[in-house]
Design a protein around this ligand. Sequence first.
Ligand code: CP
Ligand code: NVA
Length: 309
Amino acid sequence: MGNKVKRDFTKLLDINKKECLRLIERAQKLKELKKQGIEYRPLKGKYLAMIFEKASTRTRISFEIGIKDLGGSAVVLNKGDTQLGRGEPIEDTARVVSRYVDAIMIRTFGQQIVERLAAWSTVPVINGLTDEFHPCQILSDLFTIKEIKKDFKDLKIAYIGDGNNVANSWIEASILFGLNLSIATPEGYEPLANLVEMAKENKNFQLLKDPFEAAKDADVINTDVWVSMGQEEEQKERREAFKSYRIDDELLAVAKKDAIVLHCLPAHRGEEITEGVFERFSSIIFTQAENRLHVQKALLEWLILGWNE
Ligand code: CP
Ligand code: NVA
């Protein structure tokens, strides 16, 4: 890397449009290599630390397999494994971990924790989900849409449900690419206000209350759980607030005939999506999950080694 300034991926807007497209292109290439069984080990001798303060299936597996596929190794630190839980400051943890590894992935609560980690680390920091953002997921979703629909720029993308981390990262994608994005959330569950303001400069962005208006003529319909990690105590009131924000056949009927449904998983059938709709789109949804592996490999390769310009 020489004297190159390190880059982080704490949110989608940490990268520009050109870099995002290049990562997607690279993910496509790495996916092809893997499918052909061709070994590619540019990260031999490199290490990734993965810090988890919340549960995970996809993020955990795809990052660990991803770094290993590229020839490197991972150290997994689960909640309670480190001195962080006993009060060691994030600033010290950042400087210590940076002395051992070449990149850090963290899944935690507040976005500020990731930002402080990035500010004090001398190695790249990747956000594996915070309360506010889930940028690796949206990178994978953009890649998946591009694979299936060839491009995402001229499509109508709808997001129905909670204005959570996934919704916020979708808004960032809309800001980055000027995407035609319609989000429908119940009152009181809107995405981050400052992002909504920024996105509104793009005439293609809409924040709505009516899920049918958001889904109308959509090419892609996205949803996510109604109760995110850390909100378990709000379960009852959330189920009530979101009950008309379910992806079902009635909602799909107003979308384009060839619309696809995406879900970052885990899914709660009977809540944000019906069993029937989920199963109908399950092969796309599981490809979306698989694609986390390929985009994150592209991300690790870029953040650790940089690109040959
Ligand atoms: N979509 C996603 O991030 O899944 P996990 O919580 O299983 O990592
Ligand atoms: N919004 C969900 C996403 C899970 C991948 C959560 O934060 O729990």
